[in-house]
Ligand binder design. Sequence first.
Ligand code: ARG
Length: 458
Amino acid sequence: MKKLWGARFKRNSDKLADQLTFSISTDYRLAKYDCLGSMAHARMLGKQRIIPKMDAQTIVAGLSKILLQIQSGKFKVDPEAEDVHTNIQNALKNLIGPPADKLHTARSRNDQVVLDVKLYCRYEVGAIILAAAGLQQSIVQFAKKNTGTIIPGYTHLQQAQVVLLGHHMLAYVEMLERDKQRLSDCLKRLDVLPLGSCALAGTSLKTDRKYLAKLLRFSAVSPNSMDAVSDRDFIAEVIFDCAMMAVHISRICEDLILWASREFHFVDIDWAMCTGSSIMPQKKNPDVLELLRGSTAKMIAHVTEILTLPKGLPLTYNRDLQLDKPPLFDAVDTSKMGLQLLAKVFAGLKVHKQQVAASLTDESFYCVDAMEYLIRKGVSYREAHDILGAMVKDCLDQGKKITALTTNELKAYAPQFAEDVKNLFNPQMSVKIKNSFGSTNPGLVARQMDIWSKKLHA
Ligand code: ARG
């Protein structure tokens, strides 16, 4: 197969070297964007009379046909072609003949490939943001189905204070919202057209890069050709943003895996999202969640890879940069898959309400509420902490409930205690008396739920 650069070469390339250098098996997924970029480029060349207008039209018509073939899956991927750019260039030549030879005027694969990847990222980042919104919706729906359910809240994985299940769920929604914001933010820096930078130095031909930017919907044109062909920051940003989101997904999975265990037994994961054991017939394992958690490892590795790749590279383009695509493509695929699957998990998730309620019997959950009761009566924070500490210790030692103490016994700990302090020792009251903005107060959580429902619906 003829290489785009074959003329100067004295010998055919080594077959093993081809195996290393060829990227068609990976970068074919850029085919659609390669066509779109080339169509704009041909139109610009024609408008500027760098090539005859007729040739430009023939090129655009040929590329449209190829684009249709790509979209319908009918395009013949040529494993003998070095990369996607070569493959499409050759296909165009077969289709329209000599005018195809003029397409590569005032362009190099160095600026072409950055353009293709930017177009790919722009589309895929949009798709990931949508998928993340889909997961947020699914979480909000799950939370709404379980309004009023109170669960233990944990710090250090030790029971701490009670919270609304909805509050816990909206924490996930907030995490995902930051992920969406980060992703849309990275699109801003991506929004600079690299095409027309050529190999590294620009061109002496009279191109119109602003026109190209308009056709391809970029807000700006890269002001430095050397930077434009070397820049892979935008890929690193997309991968980091995906990895950050994967860490969030992993934490959500971890909560659900714990909650589905026999020890917690708070939730039941749909059978469709679990697998069995080949030896233990009784098992129902949360493998989907485990694999989503596990795949975060490789997402983190992709960040390391994309940062290490250009770290020692001299300006400008070096072939090393071809290796930016596997981690990017995998980060995109893994993100979309994770978001979609987790949305399905929440859609099928059932709460064992009785079990959850049964987990709230320990009165230690309400210590802070009782402390704040004393603080309202003028006791200092430190003193209140000591008083409650002593009460809990004695009750635990004697196997007693705080609510079983008589008023006199209570007053022995602090004269400010009255019988009404016992009203605080239940989950409903505990969430109800919280009132700081952002707290687990049912009214405030309902309000947040409403805000999210509207926002995600829009
Ligand atoms: N396949 C190459 C890549 O992905 C395209 C650019 C090739 N440029 C070159 N000068 N060999 O980076």
